[in-house]
Ligand binder design. Structure first.
Ligand SMILES: Nc1ncnc2c1ncn2[C@@H]1O[C@H](COP(=O)(O)OP(=O)(O)OP(=O)(O)O)[C@@H](O)[C@H]1O
Ligand SMILES: [Mg+2]
Length: 504
């Protein structure tokens, strides 16, 4: 009996395979971290072969732990870190360079060159995005311009590009022998190359970037049968039937399907998505316009997104670079060792600032330091940075939509932190709500796949699966909230204008 769906979540820090039942409950999980390769300041890479192999391994772990085989699995859903670019030789399956990760800022000079006199918003009306290092487009250009022989091979039609959904799909469905080279509309909407109206690659933009169209995957919906897992896979002959970029998947997993519904995910970075239905809404306040989902032949659903580059990764930084904690949860104990932030504010502009500022010239800043400040204050400031950044994105969403959100649905690794969630509610002034199944990213991909094969019938069935687990209610100290926010904004101002010709 095919009673289950397996979701493959190819994330920034790890790859996961999660098996779900019809209620959307987790049956088993396999998870493996991969190396974060940082050869220089601002550069972040992953080894695509390590990711491919980890994905195979975690599929085995998830099946093994649940004591299931492929015969129990109705379909495979894929979700992924978005924007991270892989370029590989389609004849051999060997990448010509490491994956260049979404946080990587090496392509700023390519962004500047493409922006020229027209500015970074030159394609925004078509693709919904400003030119920025964040998106896949300039990462492909960097590989073509900096890897020996890459341009020639690309022009000869031997190299292909994919975000990691495409990389996983291609390998799962046959690799060099017949692998399917496709992506879904949500991932495609993060490249800078897809027209939001037509859902097709724009030849003119590809030409401006110098990226051969033959490298680009086919754009498909988020929920349809793309193909079957190949013979040598543990999941052989199982249909791959759903693909959603991780943030859109989390939104789907939160059952936030309709215009006006939203969620905020607290992972490596934070991403608030606000569904706008079938309307393409242009932001006046620093949000991105992106595709929310498209189910088979159904209408395209669009969304506004507030992307914050550094939230959970700041906690990893305290752990790995400073060594003041040995595990992420320890940050909460340290933060609770002091009464307040001691006047310290930490702006983690490690990749510049994303929403709502979009300032590549910003860099990380810790301000308000005195001789009094200790590790506790620093930990507290690091946690609070996540809440302040979220508040600024929520303000942008409220301004763009013209209605104020009355509560915030949350998910992701950081929501295990009670102190942060309470502070978040206090700084927002609205309740923060966590669902029972916090693995919404994988759940959303499972939903997309399950809908395509009739495992679930409609969205109402999925809505019925959503259940509240916990709610944090804000305190009513409006004056303190506004004071803190004012100081945060002052700190943000101090992080700007750092990168100039002299800063390498
Ligand atoms: N108790 C905690 N307090 C604060 N931060 C935490 C805590 N537990 C985990 N984190 C942070 O949460 C992040 C992991 O969350 P999650 O697994 O949702 O990330 P992610 O972005 O989905 O990763 P990936 O991209 O690999 O899927 C890490 O950056 C970690 O530092
Ligand atoms: Mg994730």
């Amino acid at each position: 009996m095919t009673d289950y769906i397996i979701a493959l979540d190819q994330g920034t820090t790890s790859s996961r395979a999660i098996i779900f039942d019809k209620k959307g409950s987790i049956i088993s999980v396999g998870q493996k971290e991969h190396e974060q390769i940082m050869p220089r300041a601002g550069w972040v890479e992953h080894d695509p072969i390590e990711i491919r192999d980890n994905m195979r391994e975690v599929i085995g772990i998830a099946l093994g732990r649940a004591n299931l085989t492929r015969h129990d699995i109705a379909a495979i859903g894929i979700t992924n870190q978005r924007e991270t670019a892989v370029v590989w030789d389609k004849n051999t399956g060997i990448p010509v360079y490491n994956a260049i990760v979404w946080q990587d800022t090496r392509t700023q000079s390519i962004v500047d060159r493409l922006a020229g006199d027209a500015g970074v918003e030159r394609y925004k009306d078509i693709v919904g995005l400003p030119l920025a290092t964040y998106f896949s487009g300039t990462k492909i250009v960097w590989i073509l311009e900096n890897v020996e022989g890459a341009r020639e091979k690309a022009e000869a039609g031997d190299l292909v590009f994919g975000t990691t959904d495409t990389w996983v799909l291609w390998n799962l469905t046959g690799g060099p022998s017949g692998g399917i080279h496709a992506t879904d509309v949500t991932n495609a909407s993060r490249t800078l190359f897809m027209d939001l109206q037509t859902l097709e690659w724009r030849d003119d933009i590809l030409a401006d970037f110098g990226v051969p169209r033959s490298m680009m995957p086919e754009i498909r919906s988020s929920s349809e049968v793309y193909g079957e897992a190949r013979e040598t896979s543990l999941l052989r002959e199982t249909p791959v039937a759903g693909i959603l970029g991780d943030q859109q998947a989390a939104t789907f997993g939160q059952a936030a399907f309709d215009a006006g519904e939203s969620k905020n995910t607290y992972g490596t970075g934070n991403f608030l998505i606000f569904q706008t239905g079938t309307d393409i809404v242009k932001s006046e306040n620093g949000l991105l316009t992106t595709v929310g989902y498209k189910l088979g032949d159904g209408p395209t659903h669009y969304a506004l997104e507030g992307s914050i580059a550094v939230t959970g990764s700041l906690i990893q930084w305290l752990r790995d670079q400073l060594g003041i904690i040995s595990t992420a949860p320890e940050v909460e104990q340290l933060a609770l060792s002091v009464d307040d932030n001691g006047g310290v504010y930490f702006v983690p502009a490690f990749s510049g600032l994303y929403a709502p500022y979009w300032r590549p010239d910003a860099r990380g800043a810790i301000v308000g330091l005195t001789r009094y400040a200790n590790r506790g204050h620093l930990s507290r400031a690091a946690l609070e940075a996540t809440a302040f950044q979220t508040r600024e994105v929520l303000d942008a969403v409220n301004a763009d939509s013209g209605v104020d959100l009355t509560e915030l649905k949350v998910d992701g690794g950081m929501i295990a932190n009670d102190t942060l969630m309470q502070f978040q509610a206090d700084i927002l002034g609205v309740p923060v709500v966590r669902p029972v199944v916090a693995e919404t990213t994988a759940l959303g991909a499972a939903y997309a796949a399950g809908l395509a094969v009739g495992f679930w019938n409609d969205l109402d069935e999925l809505r019925a699966n959503w259940q509240e687990d916990k709610r944090w209610t804000p305190n009513d100290d409006v004056e303190e909230r506004e004071r803190q926010l004012r100081l945060w904004k002052k700190a943000v101002a101090k992080s700007m204008d750092w990168v100039d010709a002299d800063v390498r």
